[in-house]
Design a protein around this ligand. Sequence first.
Ligand SMILES: Nc1ncnc2c1ncn2[C@@H]1O[C@H](COP(=O)(O)OP(=O)(O)OP(=O)(O)O)[C@@H](O)[C@H]1O
Length: 469
Amino acid sequence: MSSNLYPAFGVLLVDDEASFLRSFSLILETQGGINHLYQCQDSRDAMQVIVENPIGLVLLDLTMPHLSGEALLQQIVEEHPDIGVIIISGLNQLETAVNCIRLGAYDYFIKTTEENRLLDGIHRAIRMQEMRLENLEMRRRFLSDTLDRPEVFADIITRDKGMRSVFQYLETVSASSQPVLITGESGTGKEAIARAIHTLSGRRGPLVCVNVAGLDDNIFADTLFGHQRGAFTGADKARAGMIDQAGGGTLLLDEIGDLSLASQVKLLRLLQEGEYYPLGSDRPKRIHARVLVATHQDLDQKQRDGEFRKDLYYRLRTHQVELPPLRQRQGDIPLLLDHFLAEAAEDLGRSKPPVPKELVALLRNYAFPGNVRELRALCFDALGRHRGSVLSMDVFRQAVGQEGAILESEADPAMPLFAPDQPLPTLQEVADMLVAEAMERAQGNQSRASRLLGISQPALSKRLKKSQS
Ligand SMILES: Nc1ncnc2c1ncn2[C@@H]1O[C@H](COP(=O)(O)OP(=O)(O)OP(=O)(O)O)[C@@H](O)[C@H]1O
C-alpha cells in the first residue's frame, strides 16, 4: 500500500495550460494536503493515465484542443463510472455547468473561485469517493466473511462475531485518512485496536498516544502543537509537539470525552484545516498524522447534554467502532483465561497449572467492570499466588464477591426475575432448582457443586437424598 498519500486513490488533474497544472498542483499539495496527484496536459492521454493508475477523482478543464473536457467527461462516465469528476473551467456559463452535472460531474467550479471554496469542494468529492469505495469494500468483506490481514489482529484474542465485524470494518477503512472514534468500556482493548489500525494503515511513522484527560487548554495545545523558544516564561528551548512526533504516522488521543470545551475548538480547527500553530509561532504547520480518538464515555450523550461539541463529534465519528464489553462476549472468557494464564506462567517462569472447570462458569456470571484488563490482572494475581496442583479459584471468587457484580438475569433491569402474573415458587422449589443447576455445572461432582452453593459436601448430599426420596 502507498502510505502517507492522501487520498488513498490518485487525483488526476487535466488541463492544457502547463502553468495552471504547476500552480494548482502546488495549491492542492500545500494548502489542501492532497499529495496523491497525477497530471495530464494533453486531454487525449487522460484515458490512458486512468487505465494505468489508481485514479479515483479527475479535476477537468473544459476548453482544451483535440479533445474537449465535455467529451472526455462523457468518456470517463461511460467507461469508468466509479471515478468522480469535478470540472474546473475558465468558462462561467450556467448552461455548460448544468450540462456537465447532467453528464455525471460531481461539481463545477470556475478557475477564479476562491481557493478555499475550491479546496472544500475537492475535499467533499474525495470524501464521497472514499465512502463509496468503503461501502463497496465492506460489502465484499461481509459477504465473503474474510480478513485480508488476520496477523494484524493476532494479539487480540477473540472468537466473538462482533469483534470479527470490527476487524473487517477496520480493514475496510484502514486506507482512509479520516479519524476513527473507538468507544467501549475501560479495558475492552481500545488501545490494542488503535495499534491494529495503525499497522493496517501501513503509514510511515510511529503511533503516538496522548491521554488528554485532565489536560488544561494550554497544556493540551503545548502537548499537541509544541512551542517555539521564548513562547512563554520558562520556554527556554523549542519543543516539538506530539503531532510533529507522530510525523506521517498515527496520533491517538485517548479519553477524548474528557477534553475541555476550549481544547475541543482547537482540535476541530486542526481536523478541518489540517494545520496548526506551535505556541509562539505565526507560521502554520501541516498535520500529516492520522488522528484516532478513544473514549469509554458516551460521546453521543455528551454532545446532546452540551458537554461535547456537535461539530467535533460528527467529524470524529466519520468512522466509529464500538468494542463490546467482556460480559457480552462470554465465549472469549475461556480463550482469554488460557491466554493470560500462559502469559503469566511464562512471565513468572512457571508451568501453567490445570484450571478447574467451575472457574469458567464462575467468570461467565461475572460482570467484569474492568473487562479484559481485569481478567488479565486476576490471572496474573492467581498465578502469582498459586501453590497447589490445580489453580485455586480464591482470587477469582474474591473479585466476584467484592464487586458484587454477578450478572443478574442478564443484567436487564426491565426483566423481572419472576413473571408478575405467576405465583412465586416456594423456597424449597428455588433451593431444589439451585441444587440441580449446581450439580449440572459441576458435572455431577458433589464436592464442586457444594463449593458453588457455598455449603458443605455432607449438607449437599443430605439435600440430594431428601429431594430424591
Ligand atoms: N482481546 C484481547 N486479547 C488479548 N489481550 C487483550 C484483549 N483486549 C484487551 N487486552 C489487553 O487488556 C489490557 C487493556 O487493554 P487496552 O489498554 O487496549 O484497553 P482500553 O480499552 O484502551 O482501556 P482504557 O479505556 O482503560 O484505556 C491490555 O493489556 C491489552 O493488551
